[in-house]
Ligand binder design. Structure first.
Ligand SMILES: Nc1ncnc2c1ncn2[C@@H]1O[C@H](COP(=O)(O)OP(=O)(O)OP(=O)(O)O)[C@@H](O)[C@H]1O
Length: 387
């Protein structure tokens, strides 16, 4: 476990880190996120005993880094790239590090394989790409089989395949009970890797919570078209959603796509389109670091112009809408089920028509309702604490 308690670092009058408090727990990957110069590296350096806090505490497994027994066996860290000598091969670098921290050199081959560098093991580190250097740095951090991993910008330079590899590696580590803290200046990059997020800006923590809460606080907007938009509108509102329209499709906030689909099904309205706009993670992040709005409200659709015709008139008539392709696969079984479907669809649509024909004007009105606005630092070999 990693615990930061009111951690502060002042350089003269500049408070690079100012009262940072958060915990990274075993079994989860915690993302430490901030723009350039926000204080991430300074925080991690204090955590790893490379820099003395002005005040506050940085603890790993309840003690300061300097107090850990054999730190490289407990903490693996990547603080910077360029930790390896450019003239050394990847294998030679890992072997040297293994000797320094007292790890069996047989582990070197295991790690080269694990980080995908086996084929490049004999190449000079100086010839490695950025992504390969990251992989080597991660391998170095893993040498001592530490429980705690602290990685500064580990995704930097990795291609999508490298990100997927890193995700698996970190997930496996957390699943096995490890604690992982990784930093980045890109939320979108971290989003694929982490369970919890801590956002820092100007040395201060602005947000610390499970990533799912950050997502949940910025609801996705659904764009939905169906055969009977008025009926859909009412059904979605009855389910507690905020509904608006651009005159062509419904825009629904506050429902998961699955729930919206189920509601439409229960209302007997065939859907022609159901798309989800994912929350804009970078925007959420930028709003948080700006400190103005804790979490951005979903962007509201413009309110309808009172002088414009009711949205019902703007929707294409059912006859003009493109029918759902429903060619059944040719098999006796599917013919039976498609017939059943066809007859139930006919029933549903005639019910739909019947009910909209018999609906009173006030019942048919929702479309006109007010639109809702809406370390082993390589590996611990260079720490102050070891000296
Ligand atoms: N040794 C130092 N002396 C004076 N100021 C420093 C020192 N180290 C860092 N700072 C300042 O502290 C602030 C935080 O820097 P830090 O490197 O921790 O940010 P960061 O979030 O890691 O940024 P990046 O993503 O660019 O690495 C910056 O304003 C930086 O200029």
């Amino acid at each position: 476990m990693i615990e930061l308690i009111e951690l502060t670092k002042a350089y003269g009058r500049v408070r690079a880190v100012d009262g940072v408090t958060f915990t990274a727990v075993p079994g989860r990957v915690t993302g430490f996120l901030g723009l350039n110069g926000s204080g991430k590296t300074t925080t991690l350096r204090m955590l790893l005993g490379l820099s003395r806090p002005t005040s506050g505490q940085a603890l790993i497994n309840k003690v300061r880094f300097q107090e850990l027994d054999n730190p490289a066996r407990q903490v693996g860290a990547v603080l910077e790239q360029g930790i390896s000598h450019p003239g050394q091969s990847g294998r030679a670098h890992l072997t040297t590090q293994a000797l320094l921290i007292g790890v069996d050199r047989a582990r070197v081959d295991v790690l080269l394989e694990q980080v995908g560098l086996a084929a490049a093991a004999e190449q000079r580190c100086g010839d490695y790409s950025l992504g390969m250097r990251q992989r080597l740095a991660v391998a170095t951090a893993l040498l001592g089989e530490p429980q705690v991993l602290i990685l500064d910008e580990p995704a930097n330079g990795l291609d999508p395949e490298g990100i997927a590899w890193l995700r698996e590696l970190l997930r496996d580590h957390a699943r096995a009970g490890g604690t992982v803290l990784i930093s980045s200046h890109l939320l979108a990059e971290l989003a694929q890797l982490i369970d919890d997020v801590v956002i820092i800006s100007e040395g201060t923590v602005r947000y610390a919570a499970p990533l799912s809460e950050l997502y949940g606080s910025a609801s996705a907007r659904l764009r939905i078209r169906g055969r009977d938009p008025q009926r859909l509108w009412r059904a979605f509102e009855e389910a507690g959603a905020t509904v608006d329209t651009d005159g062509y499709a419904l825009e629904v906030i506050g429902l998961a796509p699955e729930d919206a689909g189920d509601i439409a099904f229960e209302a007997g309205v065939p859907l022609y389109e159901l798309a989800s706009d994912a929350p804009n993670l970078e925007q959420i992040f930028l709003n948080l670091v700006a400190g103005d709005a804790p979490v951005p409200a979903p962007v509201a659709a413009p309110a309808p112009d009172p002088g414009s015709p009711p949205a019902a008139d703007l929707f294409p008539a059912p006859a003009d809408l493109i029918p759902i392709p429903s060619e059944p696969p040719i098999s006796a079984e599917s013919l039976i089920s498609s017939e059943t479907l066809a007859s139930s669809e006919t029933r549903a649509s005639s019910e739909t028509r019947a009910s909209s024909e018999t609906r009173t004007p006030s019942e048919a009105a929702p479309i006109e309702a007010d639109a809702a606005p809406e370390a082993a630092v390589t590996t611990a070999t260079t720490q102050e604490g070891d000296r």
